[in-house]
Design a protein around this ligand. Structure first.
Ligand code: ADP
Ligand code: ASP
Ligand code: MG
Length: 431
């Protein structure tokens, strides 16, 4: 049965990392094997900055950023292939030329379209290099263009998958079973063949789409952490690994902002009962975390998710009438139109409070539109603390010395919004 592997940016960030991916893949002989790869390191951020430079910045800034991308990718190619680098360098150069040409062609088009035509190159570059490297070390690979596999609508930057068309194309691809199929995460294409993207960090979702369409046996996501923890181990000094998690619990963690898995990933897998394993690419012996159907393992271990750079909007009617369902519907409708997600929604008789990711391009027009019809109070640079399975004592301990500006609680999740300045640095979960 088919296995799907996904390698994120950190696992392919430079020549040493790509070599390690090659060594890792050499240990897995089972076929069919589909390998989904993200852009190298922070390339997607660099492409976003390139786009901003192209649209709003100086031409010199754009050229410098393009040159940096070129240099970084070519350095990796040279480090991998040495004096045999010529053909791969040529392919990388030609992708960068195509990127540059697209910029010029699309500079006056609306931003989301331009974004997708630009940012898709991160994954095209990484998979070109990695596929060539695997061939170089004697592994038979087939490079697949995800824009021909994952069929989407034209909702740029957050494209929706056409499942039926995608399944047909993906099944046709997988008929060649001996080779490792290497494809890009995060990107897709419309039926007309225009590039689209699935949303930031969307490569996990790409792996799930392919696994769903192929009725895969398992999806493995290779990370710089051994698995899923009850908090980001970079922020919480006593985070513990959760080795078995149900889909439902994992969806809750991802939905509340645990950065380890893209929230859309679990649905397509849960529908087909395909387990998802998160493993360390640095330590193959480390016990992984597995997400599956079985809820027996869901402990009541509290999990912490910190969501930073939040903006709180407190919205009231101007005439002191109720914040009734019709008004909530109006406000949330505007939120959907702006493409923003509220990490916390809390309604009172006269007020609706929303905690939103501080995404200036989307937030500012939303705030301007709300201010036309409502009284809006705003507070920036906040941190939203989400705690799963918290008891009162834990919540009180986590809140000590912090001013809660908004809160919400249901049976299994408590949320509190604090000033960001009170939340920086390392956290500790009191026992
Ligand atoms: P990728 O290389 O796949 O893009 P990411 O950097 O997006 O990987 O995700 C891995 C990082 O996620 C880890 O380095 C870790 O700091 C962070 N992280 C956040 N929350 C968690 C969590 N609950 N469990 C494990 N890692 C987490
Ligand atoms: N490269 C894309 C990003 O950084 C997709 C991904 O890595 O999942 O958002
Ligand atoms: Mg990532």
């Amino acid at each position: 049965m088919t296995q799907v592997f996904k390698f994120g940016g950190a696992s392919v960030q430079d020549a040493a990392a790509i070599r390690r991916v090659g060594e890792l893949l050499a240990r897995f002989r089972a076929r069919p094997l589909i390998v989904v790869v993200s852009a190298m390191g922070k390339t997607t951020n660099a492409l976003e900055a390139l786009l901003a430079a192209a649209r709003e910045g100086e031409a010199a800034d754009y050229q410098e950023r393009l040159e940096t991308l070129r240099r970084e990718h070519l350095t990796t190619v040279e480090a991998l292939f040495g004096d045999r680098a010529g053909p791969v360098k040529k392919r990388v150069e030609s992708l960068l030329t195509e990127l540059d040409q697209r910029h010029r062609r699309h500079a006056r088009r609306e931003r989301p379209f331009h974004y997708d035509q630009t940012v898709c190159f991160g994954e095209l570059l990484s998979t070109t290099i990695i596929s060539a490297w695997l061939d170089e070390i004697g592994m038979a690979t087939e490079w697949q263009d995800a824009r021909d596999l994952v069929v989407t609508d034209d909702c740029y930057q957050a494209a929706n998958v056409d499942w039926q068309a995608t399944a047909e194309r993906v099944r046709a691809m997988a008929s060649d079973n001996d080779r490792i199929h290497i494809t890009q995460g995060f990107i897709g294409g419309t039926v007309e063949g225009t590039s689209t993207t699935l949303g930031r960090e969307g490569s996990d979702f790409s792996a799930a789409i392919l696994a769903h369409c192929l009725d895969a046996e398992e999806v493995t996501i290779w990370k710089d952490v051994p698995g899923i923890f009850n908090a980001d181990p970079r922020r919480v000094d006593n985070a513990v690994q959760l080795e078995q998690i149900s889909y439902d619990e994992a969806v809750e963690l991802a939905w509340h902002g645990a950065k380890v898995i893209h929230p859309k990933t679990l649905g397509p897998l849960q529908q087909k009962s395909i387990p998802l394993t998160v493993r360390s690419f640095e330590d193959l012996e480390a016990p992984p975390s597995t997400i599956g159907q079985d809820t027996r393992f869901d402990t009541q271990t509290p999990s912490l998710i910190l969501r930073e750079a939040q903006t709180l909007l407190e919205i009231r009617t101007r005439d002191f009438t109720f914040m009734d369902e019709a008004r909530q519907h109006d406000i949330l409708g505007r939120l959907v139109e702006a493409g923003l997600h509220a990490g916390l929604i809390d309604a009172g008789a006269m007020r609706l409070s929303l905690s939103l990711d501080g995404h200036p391009e989307r937030l500012e027009p939303l705030v301007a539109s709300l201010c036309e019809d409502y009284a809006v109070e705003r507070c920036d640079d906040l941190t939203l603390l989400n705690v799963r399975h918290a008891d009162d004592a834990l919540l009180a301990a986590l809140s000590a010395g912090r001013d809660s500006l908004a809160e919400r609680r249901n049976a299994d999740t408590a949320q509190r919004l604090f000033p960001g300045s009170q939340c920086r640095g390392t956290w500790h979960i009191p026992r």
